[in-house]
Each structure stands twice: as C-alpha cells, then as structure tokens.
Design a protein around this ligand. Sequence first.
Ligand code: NDP
Length: 323
Amino acid sequence: MSKAIRIHATGGPEVLKWEQLPTPQPGPNEVLIKHEAIGLNYIDIYFRTGLYKAPLPSTIGMEGSGTVLAIGDAVQDFAPGDRIAYAGGPLGAYATERVIPADRLVKLPDDIDFKTAAAMMLQGMTAHILLHRTFKAQPGQTILLHAAAGGVGLIMCQWARHIGVNVIGVVSTEEKAALAHANGATHTIIGHANLAADVKKITGGAMVPVVYDSIGKDTFTPSLDCLAPLGLMVSYGAASGAVPPYDIANLATKGSLYLTRPSLATYVATRADLAISAAALFEIVAKGAVKIQVNQTFKLEDAAAAHTALEARQTTGSTVLLP
Ligand code: NDP
C-alpha cells in the first residue's frame, strides 16, 4: 500500500486528505518510484482551489525526488535503485509512491541530495526558461521581479546576478527585502503601491525591458507601467488571483509592449528540452552560483499546513514535503 494526499473536492487546505491506496503498478513506459522528498509549489494551490482543473479525486503535486522501485517492460533508460527527480505533470507527487512516465524523469547527480532536488526542479527550471528563453536577459540589463524572496524568486535573483543582470525585486516585508538582497537583488521595492514611480526612480527614467510577474490580478497593470517601450511583460503566475480579461489596445498606448503567459510545461515538453533545462540547473547548483534554500519542511501528511503557510506569504525560498 502507499499513502497520498488527495482532493475529492476543490476548496481550502481542509480538502487535502491523507489516504491509503493500493501501490500503483507501472505501465509499459512508466516507472514506479518511492519518493524521498516532494516539492511544494504555488501551482499545487491552483489545483486545490480549482483555479486549474484536476479530475476528482486527484493526488495533487508536480515535483519530487526519490528512487526507482520498478520499471515497465518498455523502459530502457532507468533501472530499480536509480536516484531520480522530476517536475511537471502528470499530477500525483503528494504520495509515498507513484508511477510516472519514464520520459519525465531525470537522473539525479550524486552531489545533489533528495531534499534539494525536490525543492529545485520546478522552480529552478522555471528560472532557467524565464531568464534564458522567454526573455534572453543580457548582462547589464535591469529586470523587474515580483515575489523576489519566494521559491522561484530567490533562484532567479541568484541566477540573474550570476549572468550579470540587475534585479529589482518586489517583496512585501523588510525581512524579505533583506533576503532578496542577500541573494543578489540589486534593488528592492517593498509593496507595489507606487511601483512604476519606484522603478522610474531606480532606473533614472529608463524603466525595464522585462517584468516577471507571478502575482497576477493585483499587479498586472502596475507591472505594464514599469516597462520601457517595446518591453516584455511575462505574466507567469497568479498568486493574488487570475488576471481579468484585458484590452490589448492598451499594449499599444503603453509603448508597443509584448505580453506572454509562459508555462514551464510548454518549454520542457520534449525530452530534449527537459534535458537541457535540467542540465543547466544541475550545473549552476553544482558550481554553487545558485544555492537552493529549503527554508521550510513539512511532513507530507501535513500538506494542509504547508499550503496555509505558502498562501499566507509566510514562506521564503523553497518548501519541501517529507513522506
Ligand atoms: P512563492 O514562494 O513565490 O510564493 C508566492 C509569493 O507571492 C508569496 O510569498 C508572496 O511574496 C507573493 N504574493 C504576492 N501577493 C500574494 C497574494 N495575494 N497571495 C499570496 N502570495 C502573494 O511561490 P513559488 O515560488 O512556488 O511560485 C512563484 C510564482 O511562480 C507563482 O505565481 C507560481 O504560480 C509561478 N510559477 C509559474 C510557473 C510557470 O510555468 N508559469 C512555474 C513555477 C512557478 P511577498 O510576500 O514578497 O509578496
């Protein structure tokens, strides 16, 4: 038998139920894994609340690390005992054991422990694609980053500094500002009440070529107002709620702006792209330029408490659930 956190209905943290289930058997192209650690991500909250749709009942969760227990008949690249990690669909990470398509797994380098792996795969590959593919950030550029002390945020701050990019990090408290600074943010702004004016002051009126906005509803318009002409708005999350329908004519009047709503899933859909992002992440972590900060751990069965803390903005860096 295995144990899992499942939802039978969408709603608050109380819909997360700790249940016993038969251990699943891998299909021909699947692998059965035993989790050592599971990553907590904001997307888990979107599935729990129903902002993103999951079939019911579902075991939620999109990221984990562990060891291979068994493989399907057609699997060639993995064997029982392999240390592995993954990020992205299909749902099902909040479990002691799970099956997953073999082509979604990567082998874990020996020098990366399970907790770090579970903390970094989804947030770290997101940082990689945001900084290198969604917008190719160049040394000397100044970028605007919301939730700079969060999971994705602290990785982005460090990775940007490593490639010579200046970060203006937006956070909600002095403590989070200090943390973002310590991780490489060049400037910080506390709150977004005067966002465009603050960015204007910091950039001497130039504004920024890109905004990475994971907050959504509360910050969408203020973020657009921080962009230089022809700038790119990267709306990649909705921590404050979904962005309402928007009149794109405003993109013209605000300076012929570009807008994208990227999803990591698109960028790592092929095995080749997944391998590139995972390798880039392993490399930057191995050389110490990005340090993964697991600032909170919870027992998997206490996932509700972890969700409550993440939603209440009480976490910094990454959070891991331990089975
Ligand atoms: P974080 O650790 O960044 O936590 C969310 C943070 O958002 C909070 O700590 C808080 O920071 C900030 N925030 C601002 N407004 C609110 C609000 N109303 N309610 C809650 N939090 C708020 O989470 P993750 O690192 O897991 O994810 C960061 C974002 O990136 C999420 O929006 C997520 O959906 C997105 N994401 C998108 C991906 C994609 O493929 N598009 C992939 C991975 C993540 P503060 O207190 O400083 O304001």
